[in-house]
Design a binder for this molecule. Structure first.
Ligand code: HXC
Ligand code: NAP
Length: 294
């Protein structure tokens, strides 16, 4: 059977009339999700620090999809800028239905080499930034008694496993996951759903330049860490995000959906290294084990 993993899942106007804010929407996975939301009829606000990049992405995606994109400069670390971004969104589109907390900062480093400021920088972008956007929009939705709204937090699998050498990011993403589950309960009475996705490796320039710099890309074949032996395709993540932002997922709340080809489980299972044993060796091993009982 042909594999359709890189094909769009929805085909018409499943996000029509929805206004969605995507932080970090000018590049990488944020841009890919934005492209698909537009194709499905949403109006999208993309925000980050670099307004030139946002404008270029907005005009590229508007041409490609015929949709409407508003680029807004906003450093998610600064609550006042986030409040202004929300005000700009409402001024342009009249309302907001969804938020994708996608903006992030990260780099690999032994933790003891980090300055306190370096650690703070990642916590501030990832945890404080997601908190700022969620709080500003949550207050707004509750104030105006909006019937339904959705927040999608982009975390990663080490939010629950932890990971060496990206400790500030792991710490911050774990906090975002705790916020997702906590507010899923607390704000459900206001019609606000909160979910998360935990992607495994999806090649983007932002992540690859910082997590696999120089020839690390050649030295570490990331596909070997994945049972399905491939990296993720951006459309696969966009399909999942579109579903979680749509009304089709209206009963999903407080969930974190892993999309990693089984990567974190391969690293976790006690005996998963036995995958390396060739079939012919199993006869010998079986005989040895059975022999022990006699
Ligand atoms: C040690 C570092 C460092 C490094 C920066 N710092 N890079 N320390 N090793 N490689 C220190 C600096 O010296 C400084 O501390 C502090 O961090 C802040 O650095 P700035 O450059 O001033 O910060 P800023 O301009 O705010 O930039 C933030 C950034 C940058 C995170 C450092 O990389 C960035 O803009 N990133 C955004 C995009 C991004 O990271 N995308 C990847 C997401 S990937 P001092 O003490 O000297 O002042 C991702 C994937 C997860 O999250 C899972 C994958 C499977
Ligand atoms: P990316 O292209 O570098 O995306 C990060 C975005 O965040 C950029 O557009 C950046 O834009 C924005 N950003 C950074 N600091 C910001 C700030 N202070 N305020 C506002 N925006 C800020 O990398 P990506 O791979 O697409 O990552 C997207 C998301 O997926 C992140 O949450 C990441 O943790 C997650 N993720 C990625 C992978 C992967 O394999 N790629 C795996 C797991 C999880 P500016 O520089 O213009 O501000």
């Amino acid at each position: 059977m042909e594999n359709h993993f890189n094909k769009p899942m929805f085909h018409s106007d499943e996000l029509k009339e929805k206004v969605i804010v995507v932080t970090g929407g000018g590049s990488g996975l944020g841009k890919s999700m934005t492209r698909y939301f537009l194709k499905l009829g949403a109006k999208v606000v993309i925000s980050s620090r670099n307004i030139d990049k946002l404008k270029a992405t907005a005009s590229e995606l508007e041409k490609e999809t015929g949709g409407k994109v508003l680029p807004v400069q906003c450093d998610v670390r600064d609550y006042e800028q986030v409040e202004k971004m929300v005000a700009n969104t409402i001024a342009a589109f009249g309302k907001v239905d969804g938020l994708v907390n996608n903006a992030a900062g990260n780099f690999i480093s032994p933790t003891e080499r980090l300055s306190a400021h370096a650690f703070d920088t990642i916590i501030d972008i990832v945890l404080k930034g997601s908190k700022n956007c969620t709080l500003a929009l949550g207050k707004h939705w509750i104030d105006i008694k909006q019937k339904s709204a959705t927040v999608l937090n982009i975390v990663t699998t080490y939010a629950f496993t932890g990971s060496a050498y990206v400790v500030p990011s792991a710490t911050a993403k774990a906090g975002v996951l705790a916020m997702t589950r906590s507010l899923a309960v607390e704000w459900a009475k206001y019609g606000i759903r909160m979910n998360a996705v935990a992607p495994g490796p999806f090649p983007t320039k932002g992540a690859w330049d910082r997590l696999l710099p120089g020839d690390l890309k050649e030295k570490f074949d990331v596909t070997k860490k994945v049972p399905l032996r491939r990296v993720g395709d951006h459309q696969e993540l966009a399909n999942l995000a579109a579903y979680l932002m749509s009304d089709f997922s209206a009963y999903i709340n407080g969930e974190v959906i892993t999309i990693d080809g089984g990567e974190w489980l391969q690293g976790a299972g006690e005996f998963n290294m036995l995958e390396k044993i060739p079939p012919e060796l199993w006869d010998m091993l079986e005989a040895m084990i059975k022999g022990k009982g006699k």
